[in-house]
Ligand binder design. Structure first.
Ligand SMILES: Cc1cc2nc3c(=O)[nH]c(=O)nc-3n(C[C@H](O)[C@H](O)[C@H](O)COP(=O)(O)O)c2cc1C
Length: 165
C-alpha cells in the first residue's frame, strides 16, 4: 500500500509521531511530508493519507486546515486517518472536531488523539506564559500516548493487534 503522512509541527512533537507511524508502517511504501517544508504535496499517487497537526490555543495549524480544504475531493476518494497532538485531554474531542472538516471526519477510518509534549526550551516568552496560565506548569513534560498510536494503526487495519512495536 502507498501511504502519505502529511503533518505540521511547532516544536517537533507531531513530527515525532509522524516518524513513529512511518517506522511502524515500514512494510508499506511510506512518504512523509512536512507542510512547513512542502506546502502542496501531491497526494494523487497514494492509497492512504494520514494527516496530523497539533493544537495551539484551541486550534490546529492553518496549513493543515488549508491542505484539507484544498484536497477535500481527492481525500474523499482515498483511505484517510486523522490525528492531533494536544495536551488538554478534556478538550481533545472538541479540538479534533474543530480541526478537521465534518465530511473528512465522517469519511476517515481512524481518529487519533496522540497526546503531546510541553517543550519549554523551544517556547518563546508568550508561549511560556500561555502554557503557564492554561496548564499551570513551567516544566517540560512528555505525554505522548504510544497506545493511541498503535490503536490508530489497528483502526486503519495496517497492522494486526498485538504485533505493533
Ligand atoms: C503556546 C501553546 C499553546 C497550547 N495550546 C493548547 C491547547 O489549546 N490545547 C491543547 O490541548 N494543547 C495545547 N498545547 C499543547 C500542544 O498541543 C503540545 O505542546 C503539542 O505537543 C505540540 O506539538 P508540536 O510540537 O508538534 O506543535 C499548547 C502548547 C503551547 C506551547
Amino acid at each position: 500500500m502507498k501511504v502519505a503522512i502529511v503533518y505540521c509541527t511547532h516544536h517537533g512533537t507531531t513530527e515525532k509521531v509522524a516518524r513513529l507511524l512511518a517506522q511502524k508502517l515500514e512494510q508499506h511504501q511510506v512518504s512523509v511530508f512536512d507542510l512547513g517544508e512542502t506546502p502542496k504535496p501531491d497526494i494523487a499517487p497514494y492509497d492512504l493519507v494520514i494527516i496530523g497537526g497539533s493544537i495551539h490555543v484551541g486550534m490546529i495549524q492553518n496549513k493543515i486546515k488549508r491542505f484539507c480544504e484544498k484536497n477535500l475531493e481527492v481525500l474523499l476518494e482515498k483511505e484517510v486517518g486523522l490525528f492531533i497532538c494536544c495536551m488538554l485531554a478534556e478538550n481533545q474531542k472538541i479540538q479534533f472536531e474543530r480541526a478537521y472538516p465534518a465530511a473528512l471526519r465522517t469519511h476517515s477510518k481512524a481518529h487519533g488523539y496522540m497526546g503531546g509534549e510541553f517543550k519549554f526550551e523551544k517556547m518563546n516568552f508568550l508561549e511560556k506564559l500561555m502554557v503557564n496560565v492554561v496548564a499551570k506548569t513551567h516544566e517540560s513534560i512528555s505525554r505522548i500516548h504510544y497506545a493511541s498510536i498503535d490503536r490508530f494503526l489497528q483502526e486503519l487495519e495496517l497492522v494486526e493487534e498485538g504485533i505493533t512495536q
